[in-house]
Design a protein around this ligand. Sequence first.
Ligand code: G1P
Ligand code: ZN
Length: 540
Amino acid sequence: MRVTTQPIAGQKPGTSGLRKKTNVFMSEGYLENFIQSIFDATGGANGKTYILGGDGRYFNQHAAQTILKMAAANGAKRVIVGQNALLSTPAASHLIRLNAADGGIILSASHNPGGPEEDFGVKFNTANGGPAPEAVTEAIFARTQAIDEYFIADEIDVNLSRIGSQHIGGMAVSVVDPVSDYAALMETLFDFAAIRAMFAGGFRMRFDAMCAVTGPYAKEIFETRLGAAPGTVVNAVPLPDFGGMHPDPNPTWAHDLMGHMFAADGPDFGAASDGDGDRNMVVGRNTYVAPSDSFAVLAANAHLAPGYRAGLKGVARSMPTSTAVDRVAEALGIGAHETPTGWKFFGNLLDTGRATFCGEESFGAGSDHVREKDGLWAVLLWLNILAEREESVSEIMRAHWSRFGRTYYSRHDYEALPNAVADGVMDSLRSRLGDLPEQTVEGMKVASAEDFAYTDPVDGSVSRGQGLRIVFEGGARAVLRLSGTGTEGATIRLYLERHATGPDGLDAEVQEMLAPVIRAAEALTGIREVTGRAGPDVIT
Ligand code: G1P
Ligand code: ZN
C-alpha cells in the first residue's frame, strides 16, 4: 500500500540514532517517514535481509510491527526479529554479522528513560553490524526532508511471541530467541569454566539489569551457564517504562547497586547495564571503577581471556575519554587511536584490524566481536580477569595505578539548557581558542587549544566540530562538547582530566584532585555565570 506523506522537520539522527519523545514517534507518519527514508537512502529494501529488535521500551512492539509491514511492502526478502521484538544492541550487531544481513533496525533510546512521557529512538546499523556512519545518517536525514510517500503492507500483525517462521506477503519473518546466539558468542571469547569455578568457590556478584533488555541475557549467562547464585541478577524483567528507572548505569542512577557494593559484607563484584545493553558499570566491594579506568584495565589484561590471548592489535577511544588506555597501549607497543564521540567512528578501525578494543568514558567498552559497545562483554571480561588473577577489584585497580599512574577523570554535565545559552558558551570559547596557548588561567598554563576534527584513516572522511579541547602543561585536559543524544534543550558536557604518578598520587579524592582543572575550565568558559547554574547537574 502506498501512502502519501510529507517531510517532518527534525528527523536528524544524533550521536546514536534518532531520539525523540515517545509521543512524537507515535504521531502520524513520524516513524513511517523515518523508516522509509532509511530504505530509500540505502538503495531500497528490495531483496534485502534485516535484523530487527529493541530494548522493550514503550511502543517497541508496535513500532516493530509497523517496520515489518514496511519492510514487506518495500520488497525485503527476510527480517530476523528477536522474540517479543527484544534484542540488545550488541546482540543485534552480532545477528547482522552472523546472518550476513544487509543491516539492522534497533528500537531504543539507549539509557534515556522510557514510557509514554519519555523517550523512544531508532538506530540503523549497516552490514558490518555497526551504527551507520555519518555519510549514511546524513543521506537518511536528507531523504526525510524530501519524502513524499511510504509503503506499508496492509496485513495483520505477526505473532512476535512465537519462535519460528512466518510470512508477510512474500517476506519471511524469522522470530528468534534473542539470547542464544549472543550467549554462544560469549562462550567463544571467555573461559566459562574458570568463571564457573570462581562462582562455585563462593564468589558473589550482583548484576542490576535496571528493568531493561539485559535481564534475560544476564540470567541465562550468569545464573544458568556460569552457575552464579539465583538472584544474582536483579531487576531482570524488561519493562516498558523500565520500572520507572532511569536505565543509565552510573553511580547516580544505579545508586541501589552502589549501596549494596559499599555495604558491610557486600558482594565481591557488581555491575549494571543500560536500556539497550551496550553500556556497563563495574563496581568492586567498596570500589567504584571509573569507565576510562575500567577500559584501561580491560586492555591491559585482555590476554587473560581465551578470545584475546594473541594480544590486541590496537585500541581506540573517543577524544573526551581519559588517556589512561594510551599508557597501556604504549606499554603493549600497540596503536592508540582517538576518534570523535559515538561508536560509529570505531567501525572502520575495527573492520580493518587497526583496533581490537574500543572504549568511551560514557560507560562504553567493546571489541571486534561485534560493532557496538557491549555491556555484558565488559562484565564477562572483568569476571575472566578476576578468575585468572584471583585478586579483588580493588587490588587490581591499585596494581594498575602503581604500574601506569592514575588518570583522575570526571565529567560534569549541565543539562536541559536553552539551546541559545549552550551555543553561547560553546561559540564564545571557540572564538577565543587561538588566543589561549601560553595563557595562564587559575595557575594552569594552556599548552594547546583546538576545535577537534577527525580524519578517518580508512575512508578519509572528515568530521569537524567534535569538541573543544584545552590541554594544559603537564597533560591535564578540559574538553567541552554538546550532547547529541538528548531530546529536550541542550546539554553541555565538560570533561576533566589530570594524571598522577607515584604512590602519593593514587589515593586522592577525584574532584579534589581535579579542582585546579575544574577552576581553570570554569574560568575559561564562564559556564556557571552564563548558564546561571550553581554547578553541574550530574557528575560522573
Ligand atoms: C552519549 C555519550 C557517548 C555515547 C552516546 C551513545 O552521547 O557521551 O559517548 O556514544 O551517548 O551511547 P552524547 O549525549 O554525549 O552525544
Ligand atoms: Zn545504550
